[in-house]
Write a protein that binds this ligand. Structure first.
Ligand code: CIR
Length: 250
């Protein structure tokens, strides 16, 4: 499931220095992202954009899909909370849904699934109450949750990404690598942007086009790699995972 780019996307939230976002280019890149998913065999549902929610294409933050139900989030940025109801409605036709409630906050970008484990980042968007609620809900699906520290980045998946259930692409400076003992760690080359990889259900990994060293590192770890350009989304602190909600059974 993905969500269209609204005309207001240039006003998306940005942590650092704001660069001009070209919305037409973002839409072309978003079309490329949809095509990439379809070519990989995903059946892609496209939700309409919402001009009152500039960040709505970052649909990953609005929900976490587990094996048997979905957890609707309560995004930590108040202006992003209205993104959830349309996603909730779309998901409710497909599976049971439950929700994170106040005072809990949680962004889907802070949730990394590795097999039967969820790592959940304690970030400026995701608080302890959100993590506790998420852990309780996820345990009903047989999943365990490990709260994970973060240093100065937006989301957990800015720092770590799963390449398969055993392998993590990690930017060690942004989290504590000791949390991930037992996993195979592939260090993200330090000079390249984060949020740069997306694992697909067919085992391939898509990497952002402007991170060639990351592409080499992922390929050297044994993965078949494809690439895609998402520069306009990177300007708004987004990357590859945040542009879709992928269902674990697909
Ligand atoms: C935000 O600040 O919330 C958006 N501009 C970026 C969200 C990126 N989401 C993600 O990595 N899951």
């Amino acid at each position: 499931m993905i969500r269209e780019v609204p005309g207001t996307f240039a006003n998306a939230l940005v942590m650092g220095v704001r660069q001009a976002i070209d919305v037409d280019r973002a839409r072309v890149q978003h079309d490329g992202y949809r095509k990439m998913l379809e070519d990989a065999g995903y059946e892609v549902t496209v939700l309409p954009g919402d001009s009152t929610c500039p960040d709505s294409p970052f649909i990953e933050d609005a929900a976490v899909v587990l094996d048997n139900f979905a957890i609707l989030t309560r995004p930590g940025a108040p202006e992003r909370q209205p993104e959830v109801p349309p996603v909730a409605e779309a998901l409710s036709g497909l599976m049971p849904t439950v929700e994170i409630k106040a005072p809990g906050t949680l962004d889907g970008g802070d949730v990394l699934r590795m097999g039967r484990t969820f790592f959940v980042g304690r970030s400026t968007r995701t608080n302890d109450a959100g993590i506790a609620q998420f852990a309780e809900l996820a345990s009903t699906d047989g999943m365990r949750v490990i709260a994970t520290p973060l240093n100065g980045v937006l989301h957990l998946k800015t720092a770590v990404l799963g390449l398969d259930d055993e392998t993590i692409l990690i930017a060690s400076e942004f989290t504590d690598p000791r949390v991930f003992i037992g996993y195979r760690l592939v260090e993200k080359p330090p000079d390249e942007v984060t949020s740069s990889a997306l694992r697909l259900h067919n085992g391939r990994v898509v990497v952002t086009a402007n991170t060639p060293l990351t592409m080499s590192a992922v390929a050297a770890a044994g993965f078949e790699v494809d690439w895609i350009d998402v520069t306009e989304f990177q300007k708004a602190d987004g990357g590859l995972t945040c542009l879709s909600l992928l269902f674990p059974h697909t």
